[in-house]
Design a protein around this ligand. Structure first.
Ligand SMILES: [Zn+2]
Length: 461
């Protein structure tokens, strides 16, 4: 009898001790600097990072002698979004460091590992990422540099995020010297999807068209312009792509056919103070409301003192405007979602080593970037691009696609990045928004649209 009492007391003591440890541990980790957090690696085996479907993207493998290796089964495929934890930390390995080194296994398991002096398994990070879409985006981008990102528009879940050039996080330590010594070292480790700053090219006509509609709410459909192939302000002239002459165009034609001359003409007519205000409402010159990862800031610099040449260039997405693929995907997702932007996020939930949910992230509404009327006009224009404009490669598929192509010049010799931004809709599934940039490739319609198509196909098939 006495033995049982002692056993009960002993178990009670362990339970109290474990409870006390778990309770204070969270506060302690929360309030500590990363350097102190590293002491937790002595008692916790770093948790895994998983796709939404549970495929392992990063895990810690322990050999028979207790040596730990961080292992990335898909090598380069998820490099930038998952990141690394060997040479400093980046990506999810950085932003989720706290969760990966926290352990919420139950009291008994914790007590057992305390007694046996074994490490406790850390919590796992279950992301919003979709393996098939990531694979499609990665393969479709192929050997080119650039970025692809896709977002579920009614939640903000990031479904895929690819950046190239890339690296194999498994060999980062061995290859660090060559990566760092490489003239483009910064660029290999750089997540272009979230941090890249590109001229938007004609994808920016979405913003210019929106501003025109805002300034002419009742008669924007009456806009008419004769495109002779070029337009001049007396100093600089600007032409439509490849010497094309579009003739008489309204606003929708100008958008679908991506008529530079007409959009430069529109730019010259805009109230620059209001134009800038619209761009800033759509988050240019602002930090992006991302939920659990960091992003760069896009820039738009026109103001009432800007000269005509830079106004014409800015209206067609050249000039000094710079934007990240993530930002364009966010603007598109708001258009697809009746004007409402959901904050993009990468972590769906945290679970313990047994798969029990520890904490969950829920979709967060940022607010409206535009009215639902404005979004439906832009949807209509983006549909025209696919039906009869520069995006016809996305026509007649099992889903309806909407979008805008871009061919963004970045050098005086005419080198250009290929862009596509858009979304897809099929009854019964959430709509998804996408942004694709292929560096130095040329025409958006030839090089970026097919990549978007592969990612849409991966989502719907
Ligand atoms: Zn034209």
């Amino acid at each position: 009898m006495i033995t049982y009492v002692f056993i009960a007391l002993f178990i009670g003591l362990i339970a109290y001790f474990v409870y006390f440890q778990l309770e204070i541990a969270d506060d302690f980790i929360n309030n500590s600097h990363n350097a102190r957090l590293s002491s937790f690696t002595e008692s916790v085996v770093r948790g895994s990072i998983l796709t939404a479907d549970g495929d392992v993207l990063a895990e810690t493998v322990t050999d028979s002698e207790g040596n730990e290796t961080r292992y990335y089964p898909y090598k380069n495929l998820f490099a930038h979004v998952v990141g690394y934890s060997t040479m400093g930390t980046a990506g999810l390995e950085d932003s989720e460091n706290y969760h990966l080194l926290s352990s919420h296994v139950n009291f008994v398991e914790k007590a057992v590992s305390d007694v046996t002096e074994e490490k406790t398994p850390g919590d796992n990070v279950v992301t919003t990422l979709d393996y098939d879409m990531q694979y499609a985006a990665y393969n479709s981008l192929g050997g080119e540099n650039g970025a692809v990102i896709a977002i579920e528009v009614d939640t903000g879940k990031v479904l895929c995020m690819v950046s190239k050039p890339d690296y194999d996080p498994n060999n980062l330590e061995e290859n660090w010297e060559s990566i760092v010594e490489d003239a483009n070292s910064e660029s290999v480790l750089y997540n272009r999807a979230t941090l890249g700053k590109y001229p938007p090219g004609s994808t920016f006509k979405i913003l210019t068209a929106l501003e025109y509609i805002r300034e002419h709410p009742n008669d924007y459909e009456d806009y008419s312009y004769y495109c002779s192939g070029s337009i001049s302000d007396g100093v600089n002239s600007l032409s439509c792509y490849d010497g094309e002459v579009h003739g008489t165009v309204n606003l929708e034609d100008s958008f679908a056919e991506s008529c530079n001359t007409s959009f430069a003409n529109i730019g010259l007519s805009l109230n620059l103070t209001k134009y800038k205000k619209t761009c800033e409402e759509l988050l240019f010159n602002n930090s992006l409301p991302t939920n659990d990862f960091s992003a760069g800031t896009s820039s738009f610099s026109l103001d009432s003192s800007s000269g005509t040449s830079v106004i014409m260039a800015t209206a067609i997405g050249q000039g000094e405007t710079l934007v990240s693929p993530l930002h364009m995907a966010m603007i598109i997702s708001a258009i697809a979602n009746d004007g409402v932007l959901m904050e993009p996020y990468l972590v769906d939930h945290i679970e313990n080593a047994n798969g029990d949910v520890v904490s969950e992230e829920s979709p967060t509404k940022y607010g409206s970037l535009m009215t639902s009327e404005e979004s439906s006009i832009l949807k209509q224009y983006m549909s025209s691009v696919v039906q009869s404009g520069t995006g016809t490669k996305l026509k007649d598929l099992s889903y309806d696609a909407y979008g805008k192509t871009g061919t963004a010049e970045y050098s005086d010799s005419g080198d250009s990045h290929a862009w596509f931004v858009g979304f897809a809709h099929q009854e019964g599934k959430s709509d998804i928004a996408i942004a694709v940039v292929v560096e130095g490739a040329g025409l958006g319609s030839s090089y970026a649209v097919p990549i978007a198509k592969d990612v849409f196909n991966a989502y719907y098939n």
